[in-house]
Design a protein around this ligand. Structure first.
Ligand code: NAD
Length: 475
């Protein structure tokens, strides 16, 4: 597969105002230089999206659906190549990268199916004086901003519904992982997406370029996935032009193991919930609350499974945990662990940076964590599991909810009724009950509190790109 490293604007691959290196974090060496968009290129991308909007919105939904379906097929056929590219710029292991590409492609398939199912409403008003006609129209040019941790899936989770709805987009991928976004643009172009409908700009300096685009009156919608910190800044920026926003932000997921849980199943689930993407997932289990009755058994079994994992470069199929995205990110993880250990936490396995080149950190289990430990307040974003012991369900729920975040919670119990009752009490947009993973393109993904606004995927996702219009008619 040819690695695309130019900007994609108006259906053309173009150079920008300079270049930036894209680094392979497993070796600490550049893979290539990627073109950077300055003010002019970002404005050209918005021009192209604005010019393409009318014709694209006017295309028959079935035609838009068929183009998305072709993109799904191409991406699935090329999954191995795209996965290798993800490994190289992100550091995750090949199995995780391949699973991401399959998941990412599914958003094209799901939204190909949704494109032809946008419904409306036709009613007689209660007063009998008019007809109430409700229809949904594409909102318009949308700015999409994505993080580095799922460089393919976070892009397709936005592009799929946007194109299905009839919108055109400018995608600004994370500077750490731009090559995957450009590969997705290449797939879309070959699938038949018309020029200007999808544009990709690696913008720098990021904050300034994004601010300019959010102040262009043609940009009416912002779909952002990233940290709560940056999301908050963008909500302020978007307010100036009252740009509609959809925000998929940070998480701080609690993982509850109740006294009646099947400990073996809970350990299996914990491994997935903690280690998908090497722990660099907004859905990653971040705080383990385990009932005292099963705490020793869970900690021992979980630590044994974590210690057995092989850490190393993601392209080697023997490795199960790859590199973090950068040594900077690894430094943040190491600092959190050191601080937790300084405060009395006990590393049962892992707990120290691995020697050698590359941004590797070993799977780590920390026992004896106090409920008020600082490590429980932030997203760790690495393969580190702090365990806190609790004594009652009420205590577990209170601790789980004691955070400004509310993306996802995990619960393990042998009693479905009890599990559902607890699921209803958890402040989270999503709850995984006796499961270590829940992401599914057919389900609404999103958080409450400071984890976000809006939902992606499912039946809801397309509505982030549609406006509701009411027509009052006398007949
Ligand atoms: P980040 O917030 O640092 O960056 C996200 C994107 O915003 C990148 O494209 C980045 O270049 C851009 N950006 C950064 N500063 C900006 C600014 N001032 N103005 C405009 N754009 C700016 O996040 P990250 O480190 O790339 O990703 C990790 C975060 O993303 C975690 O907090 C994780 O939980 C979150 N995340 C959330 C979801 C979700 O669905 N809720 C999914 C994946 C990741």
């Amino acid at each position: 597969m040819k690695i695309r490293s130019e900007l994609f604007i108006g259906g053309e691959w173009v150079t920008g105002t300079g270049t930036l290196p894209v680094v392979d974090p497993a070796v600490g060496e550049p893979i290539t230089e990627v073109a950077v968009a300055g003010e002019r290129e970002c404005a050209q991308a918005v021009d192209a999206a604005a010019a393409a909007l009318g014709p694209w919105a006017a295309r028959a939904p079935r035609e838009r659906a068929e183009i998305l379906r072709r993109a799904y097929e191409l991406m699935t056929a090329e999954a191995d190549d795209i996965a290798r590219l993800i490994v190289r710029e992100n550091g995750k292991v090949f199995a995780d990268a391949r699973a991401e590409v399959v998941y990412a492609a599914e958003f094209f398939r799901w939204f190909a199916e949704e494109a032809v199912r946008v419904s409306g409403d036709y009613r007689l008003a209660p007063g009998g004086d008019k007809r109430i006609i409700v229809t949904h129209q594409p909102i318009g040019v949308s700015l999409l901003i994505t993080p580095w941790n799922f460089p393919a899936a976070m892009a397709t989770r936005k592009i799929g519904p946007a194109l299905a709805a009839g919108c055109t987009v400018v995608l600004k991928p994370a500077t750490e992982t731009p090559l995957t976004a450009l590969a997705v643009a290449d797939v879309l172009a070959r699938a038949g997406v018309p020029a200007g409908v999808v544009n990709v700009v690696v913008a720098a300096p990021t904050a300034q370029r994004v601010r300019e685009m959010l102040h262009d009156p043609r940009v009416v919608n912002l779909s952002f996935t990233g940290s709560t910190e940056v999301g908050r800044v963008l909500l302020h920026e978007a307010a100036d032009q009252v740009v509609r926003t959809s925000m998929e932000l940070g998480g701080n997921a609690p993982f509850l193991v109740l006294a009646d849980a099947d400990v073996r199943a809970a350990v299996e689930g914990a491994m997935i919930a903690k280690l998908r993407n090497g722990g660099a997932a907004c859905t990653a289990a971040n705080r383990f609350y385990v009932h005292r009755a099963v705490a020793d058994e869970f900690t021992a079994e979980f630590s044994r499974a974590m210690a057995a994992l092989k850490v190393g470069p993601g392209l080697d199929p023997a490795n199960q945990i790859g590199s973090l995205v950068s040594t900077f990110e690894r430094g943040k993880v190491a600092e959190l662990v050191d601080q937790a250990v300084g405060a009395g936490g006990r590393p049962v396995t892992g707990g120290a940076i691995l020697a050698g080149p590359g941004a590797f950190y070993p799977p780590t289990v920390l026992a004896g964590i106090e409920p008020d430990a600082a490590i429980l307040d932030v997203e760790i974003f690495g393969p580190v599991a702090p365990i806190v012991v609790f004594d009652s369900d009420d205590e577990a729920v209170a601790r789980a909810n004691a955070t400004p975040y509310g993306l996802i919670s995990y619960v393990y119990t042998g009693d479905l009724r009890r599990g559902l009752q607890i699921a209803e009490r958890l402040d989270a947009g999503m709850v995984a009950l006796n499961r270590g993973v829940l992401s599914d393109p057919a389900a609404p993904f999103g958080g409450v509190k400071q984890s976000g606004l809006g939902r992606e995927g499912g039946f809801d996702g397309i509505h982030e790109f549609l406006e509701t219009k009411y027509i009052a008619a006398d007949i």
